[in-house]
Design a protein around this ligand. Structure first.
Ligand code: SAM
Length: 345
């Protein structure tokens, strides 16, 4: 019986499970999600083969990575054979051998490493690893004898193992928050579109900018940034000549000339208040694109996410605007999600 294997941040399993059931429901598929004790892993059963045909990682907020697979009980003396049988001849371009991103999951890293060479060798011998294949093979270990093995379309899944984009904090960045925006840009903006959408001299407003980690990313791409915050902005950034610092309230500030090319916002505030602000900026065409962080409350995080996304979408639809709107719980996000909006006109 096939299952959907869904990876998420440990502690966000309820959100991941609720979201996949809601998405399945919207497609009228009957799917039940189960949270495994290991943490960071949700297994969905039911109409999952049909759901998998529609699923795209970019349409899920709380799932970092996914694949359609089979549950396997492995003989510790010959795990490779069990995995080959579980894969049943499926082919892929590469093989990801993973365990969930949780304390218990990390203990399986040694096992994942040890099985890589013999498993890859066996797959190559069977011609199951093929260059440029549309699919990627996955194995997810839950313990020494329980694993899931299957495949996913590469263009509908995250390009990195476990859906984790590991980034190094630049030495001269004013805060580690800089990685949240770097991951967001890499996630939401296809690399070949950067030359048009993140061009030198473009205008960007950063609400809640201090000490300047997000501004840093935009300055390094050559954009000019108006940084709004009562707190101080990093001196080196100010010396770049690309930053104008205004001590103003991010909720009442309005740019002199609109639209600006980019709005970025990392203010610590109630998510609905920030969502309403983003809805205003996007629907009034004060910005062409925006990346905004929503700090989620401890309870009902999935419901709050849906409410916030509805508010933004409603505002844009009322103005008959074409737009792209997505949200992701990024690897560098903690109790927060990152929203991207692009107003197309
Ligand atoms: C999480 S920090 C931003 C970190 C920043 N993105 C970085 O990478 O360095 C949140 C900032 O929002 C600012 N802030 C909170 N409410 C604000 C408001 N109403 N107007 C302007 N700034 C605000 C705070 O002063 C604080 O500096």
């Amino acid at each position: 019986m096939s299952v959907l294997v869904l990876y998420c941040r440990a502690g966000f399993e309820n959100e991941c499970a609720a979201e996949i059931e809601a998405v399945a429901d919207a497609w009228k598929f009957s799917v039940q999600a189960e949270i495994l004790d290991i943490g960071g892993l949700v297994i969905a059963e039911g109409d999952v083969a049909r759901l998998a045909r529609e699923l795209d990682i970019m349409s899920l907020v709380f799932t970092r990575q996914w694949f359609l697979g089979e549950q396997l009980t492995l003989d510790p003396k010959n795990r490779v054979q069990g995995i080959l049988e579980g894969l049943g001849g499926q082919k892929g371009e590469t093989l990801f051998i993973e365990s969930p991103d949780s304390e218990q999951g990390k203990e399986l890293a040694g096992l994942c490493r040890a099985i890589r060479a013999p498993l890859e060798q066996a797959l190559k011998k069977n011609k199951q690893l093929q260059a440029e294949h549309d699919y990627r093979l996955h194995v997810c270990f839950v313990d020494g004898t329980l694993a899931y093995a299957g495949a996913v379309r590469r263009d509908r899944s995250h390009p990195e193992p476990m859906g984790i984009l590991r980034l190094r904090s630049p030495k001269d960045a004013p805060s580690r928050s800089t990685l949240k925006l770097e991951e967001a840009l890499q996630t939401f903006i296809p690399r070949d579109e950067w030359p048009n959408r993140l061009k030198p001299k473009m205008r960007c407003v950063d609400l809640g900018a201090a000490p300047g980690g997000w501004t840093y990313q935009m300055v390094h791409l050559g954009l000019n940034v108006t940084a709004i915050d009562n707190g101080p902005i990093d001196k080196k950034l100010m010396d770049s000549g690309q930053v104008k610092h205004l001590k103003a309230d991010g909720f009442t500030y309005k740019p002199e000339r609109t639209p600006v090319d980019w709005l970025i916002c990392d203010m610590v505030e109630k998510p609905m208040r920030v969502a309403q602000l983003l809805a205003k900026w996007a629907s009034l065409r004060w910005c062409n694109e925006a990346i905004v962080n929503l700090k989620l409350p401890m309870k009902k995080r999935f419901e709050e996410t849906e409410r916030c996304m509805d508010v933004i979408a409603d505002a844009l639809e009322k103005k008959n605007l074409d737009y792209e709107l997505r949200a992701k719980h990024l690897y560098h996000d903690r109790e927060e999600i990152t929203v991207h909006v692009r107003v197309l006109g």
